[in-house]
Design a protein around this ligand. Structure first.
Ligand code: PGA
Length: 251
């Protein structure tokens, strides 16, 4: 089973509209002609539409950094799946560790967001990952199991086929401490096993599992060499055109 690698840039709460468009144009140029891998960027909501327009003739896919589950209504501060689509997004990051740990989103809410995205044809990137305390207490597998099961609750096999997973150990995000390629592979293999338990082997083999947490130009090749690592979710190194270009062109 061939899984097409996905390199995804999460711009978090950075860049003005003008800066975002300038960077997006460089990413579009870097991605031109690439057929064996996909490239995605997730700008801040304010820049979504302008960035989508800037990459329109390129293969770059646009994502929201989160998504609500309702189409519209009294949900101050939220962006609906229809609004994301309207702005040109095809994917959405869901359950990022910053949403879980700074903004208190739990597996139940993340599950609603994921179902909302799928209902409206937005491809969710469901983020999961243990904190340092959880790892040190030996709870990594339990946490991943809960996050995968909780996030995909009520999602049929047919719907789950569209989901992308991202394993992001919280201790590796923004810290410069990448998981070793062996740690990443071990976690990805475990997560694929969970998908097989929940659905079927075929689906587990098709589902892409990205690694995230301090992915940089100098570690991406090593990580991408692991059999169950199908791409990268990149924060800091996605904000700079040259480093993201190098990551896109991993070998
Ligand atoms: P980082 O962020 O690459 O800066 O560690 C990754 C992420 O939060 O998705």
């Amino acid at each position: 089973m061939q899984r097409k690698p996905l390199i995804a840039g999460n711009w978090k709460m950075h860049l003005t509209i003008q800066e975002a468009v300038a960077l997006a144009k460089k990413v579009a140029a870097s991605s031109q002609g690439l057929e064996d891998r996909e490239v995605m960027i997730a700008p801040a909501a304010t820049a979504l539409a302008a960035v989508a327009e800037a990459v329109r003739t390129s293969p770059v896919v646009i994502a929201g950094q989160n998504v609500a589950w309702k189409e519209q209504g009294a949900y101050t501060g939220e962006i609906s799946p229809l609004m994301l689509k309207d702005a040109g997004a095809k994917m959405a990051i869901i359950g990022h560790s910053e949403r879980r740990h700074i903004f208190g989103e739990d597996n139940g809410m993340i599950n609603q967001r994921l179902i909302g995205a799928l209902t409206h044809g937005i491809i969710p990137i469901l983020c999961i990952g243990e904190t340092l305390d959880e790892r040190e207490e030996g709870l990594t597998w339990e946490v991943l199991r809960e996050q995968v099961r909780g996030g995909l609750e009520g999602v049929s096999g047919e719907q789950a086929a569209d989901v992308v997973l991202a394993y992001e150990p919280v201790w590796a995000i923004g810290t410069g401490k990448t998981a070793s390629r062996e740690q990443a592979q071990e976690a990805h293999q475990f997560i694929r096993g969970l998908i097989e338990e929940l659905y079927q082997k075929k689906l587990a083999e098709q589902m892409r599992i990205l690694y995230g947490g301090s992915v940089k130009p100098d570690n991406v090749d090593d990580l991408m060499r692991m059999p169950d690592v199908d791409g990268a979710l990149v924060g800091g190194a996605a904000l700079e055109a040259d480093s993201f270009d190098r990551i896109i062109h991993f070998s």
